[in-house]
Design a protein. Structure first.
Length: 201
């Protein structure tokens, strides 16, 4: 693989270096990029909503090349942008707004729209999805049409919690150094399978 090929990663804090890592401990995007000899461009930011993740992809899409790899790590569906501010249910002062719009259909439909928009703008590129929050999504993925849209090219993070020893910290915490290594290993195994070849030696 050419050394100037890039790995673009978009998401929230679960793909950033903002928590639980010292300078000597790599994040999972760093491990994946090194494994495939890719130049890493990590645009994961703490607190990003899925709307903000999508806008970040839009800003950088002009720089994507067909030989690059793109990983989108979607975040919690209930984290939304309203009146220019990113909100989530745990934020103080947002209780009334969430009482007004709080429904699975609202979050689910908004999320599906974002996934569909990402798929449209990434057509022709080597792209993959990761999902941090299973609560709403797993319930809805049983619908065949939606499953065909959302699940291809996808790593569903919560499935990893079922494996003994996976300390991913997806229950309100963040990835530990061990969790980053394990998630990177899962991504590499998944990418090897769907791309039909092993990572470069």
């Amino acid at each position: 693989m050419k050394s100037n090929e890039k790995l673009w990663v978009f998401g929230c804090s679960h793909g950033s270096r903002d928590y639980n890592l010292d300078e000597s401990q790599p994040s999972w995007p760093e491990i994946v990029a090194e494994q495939y000899h890719l130049e890493l461009h990590n645009h994961c930011r703490s607190g990003y909503s899925n709307d903000e993740i999508f806008r970040s992809i839009l800003r950088h899409r002009v720089d994507f090349r067909p030989e690059d790899m793109v990983i989108i790590q979607f975040t919690h569906p209930e984290r939304v942008v309203h009146a220019g501010l990113t909100m989530q249910p745990s934020d103080s002062g947002c209780e009334q707004w969430y009482k007004t719009v709080n429904s699975d259909d609202f979050y689910y439909n908004k999320f599906i729209q974002t996934v569909a928009a990402c798929r449209n703008i990434l057509c022709g590129f080597d792209y993959y999805y990761g999902y941090v929050d299973p609560t709403l999504l797993i319930q809805q993925f049983s619908e065949p049409v939606i499953k065909s849209l959302v699940m291809p090219r996808a790593v569903l993070y919560p499935k990893l919690i079922l494996h003994k020893g996976f300390d991913l910290g997806l229950d309100g915490r963040h990835l530990s150094a061990t969790g980053n290594r394990q998630l990177a290993s899962h991504w590499i195994q998944y990418l090897n399978n769907v791309r039909g070849r092993d990572a470069p030696a």
